[in-house]
Design a protein around this ligand. Structure first.
Ligand SMILES: O=C(O)Cc1cc(O)ccc1O
Ligand SMILES: [Fe+2]
Length: 444
């Protein structure tokens, strides 16, 4: 049965069309004439639709940070019954106060398979985070492991935007603004408050989510890199309008100030027939990232690999950066080429989408796809012993790194774990050992 649903979702996902460009003023109509021309709020919207504005920024924010979309829908979102508190499972929110922030280097194996039917929402498991959802600061790291589609159920997150990083299994995201497909190697960005449902393209789906409570992700400035490079705006795909005209009970789950609330609507709220604006979801293929690096010597700081950044109120200090370690050439002369030893004031959560990462040994008990590592503020880390020994002796011929895809959520604030992450069976005990046995070589 589940297989039939997945095949149907895959067929739908294969035929999808998109509109392109990060930050654009997009517009789309699923029925010709549904989008009003020349005004947002005509006295009567076309085709008997309701007009509704969805804001992702204050009305008064500067134009280049102003996010809003106008939705033309079968019923206004206001027509809903009261929300009541819902079961929370393993989803947690900031402020995180379960545990004392931990200065140790930590690493987890992949998220265990769920017991029983589990959809994307029920499969969310929070590792930790920082800031405060009610203050719109900070971020949370979640992992998901799902084996069934969300059925007659949609989710929206008032607390932040969701950057979804599939590691195993493709996703079909049915959002208010239309459909997106996100496969491993791609990422999807769902803006704050946009309702969506997740269907699976494969039997199971596993991956990571950065919930960003702060300013919406934007493309980083390029400075001296110039007008081009890193993630190209045109490679971000937004959906085209697609609506469900579905009567009957649909559960709407709303994450609000850390808690889940639920209401049963008598229709699907994915009933937007036309829309325009810039508060839109995206999908981006990480393999399109234009990697820039050193062509002389030394290992550049990984900020050069920033795909998207959420600025904080201090210039240059991100609430969270999303960074990708994509296939690239290493040519540095007289250079220790893998990531260097370091202690960073920023906090680094890393995940692996496929293959291996060049600072860490792969394989069981190591840094494996679906696993994750946390190097909290100022914690000492870098190449493990094997990597150090290998890279210190390597012949420095041009070398292509193309056996993996890793990423980092890097945040200005230390990350506090949830109790479930601190006590998890899949927390690797003895991660510190990877740095044991680094010999002294000092010869004064
Ligand atoms: O710790 C890590 O592996 C991430 C990282 C990579 C890099 O190339 C330089 C610094 C850094 O923190
Ligand atoms: Fe690091």
């Amino acid at each position: 049965m589940a297989g039939t649903g997945n095949e149907q979702a895959r067929k739908t996902a294969e035929g999808l069309v998109y509109t392109t460009g990060f930050g654009n003023e997009h517009s789309s109509e699923a029925v010709p004439g549904a989008l009003p021309v020349g005004r947002n709020s005509p006295q009567r919207a076309p085709l008997g639709l309701y007009a509704e504005q969805l804001s992702g920024s204050a009305f008064t924010e500067p134009r280049d940070h102003n996010h809003r979309s106008w939705l033309y829908r079968i019923r206004p979102s206001a027509a809903h019954p009261p929300f009541v508190r819902a079961e929370q499972r393993a989803l947690r929110s900031a402020p995180f106060a379960d545990c004392a922030p931990d200065p140790n280097r930590l690493r987890w194996n992949p998220q265990p398979a769920p017991e029983g039917p589990t959809d994307f929402l029920d499969g969310l498991w929070t590792l930790g985070g920082n800031g405060d959802a009610t203050q719109r600061t900070g971020m949370a790291v979640h992992l998901y492991h799902a084996n069934t589609a969300m059925d007659r159920r949609v989710f929206s997150d008032a607390d932040g935007e969701l950057l979804i990083v599939p590691e195993r299994g493709g996703l079909l995201l049915r959002t208010e603004l239309g459909l997106l497909r996100a496969e491993p190697g791609e990422v999807a960005l769902i803006p704050r408050g946009v309702r969506f449902r997740v269907e699976l393209l494969d039997a199971t789906a596993r991956g990571y989510v950065c919930e960003n409570y702060g300013r919406p992700f934007q493309l980083p400035d390029l400075g001296p890199i110039g007008a081009n490079g890193l993630a190209g705006a045109r490679d971000f795909r937004a959906p085209v309008a697609a609506y469900e005209d579905v009567e009957g009970p649909v559960e709407v789950v709303n994450k609000f100030c850390g808690n889940l609330w639920t209401a049963t609507y008598d229709h699907s709220p994915l009933d937007v027939v036309a829309w325009h604006g810039n508060h839109v979801p995206y999908v981006y293929d990480l393999r399109r990232f234009n990697v820039i690096g050193s062509i002389s010597y030394d290992h550049p700081d990984p900020s050069i690999f920033t795909v998207l950044t959420s600025p904080s109120d201090t210039p240059g200090l991100a609430g969270v950066d999303f960074v990708v370690f994509a296939p690239r050439w290493l040519v540095g002369e007289d250079t220790f080429r893998p990531p260097y030893f370091h202690r960073n004031v920023m906090t680094e959560y890393m995940g692996l989408i496929e293959g291996a990462y060049d600072a860490k040994t792969a394989g069981e008990g190591g840094f494996v796809p679906g696993g994750g590592s946390l190097h909290n503020m100022m914690s000492a880390h870098g190449p493990d012993r094997e990597t150090f020994d290998r890279a210190s002796a390597a012949e420095l011929v041009p070398q292509k790194i193309d056996d993996g895809l890793a990423f980092m959520f890097e945040t200005r604030w230390p990350l506090t774990l949830t109790a479930q992450a601190q006590d998890a069976d899949h927390l690797q005990r003895g991660y510190d050992d990877v740095w044991q046995g680094l010999q002294r070589h000092f010869r004064p």
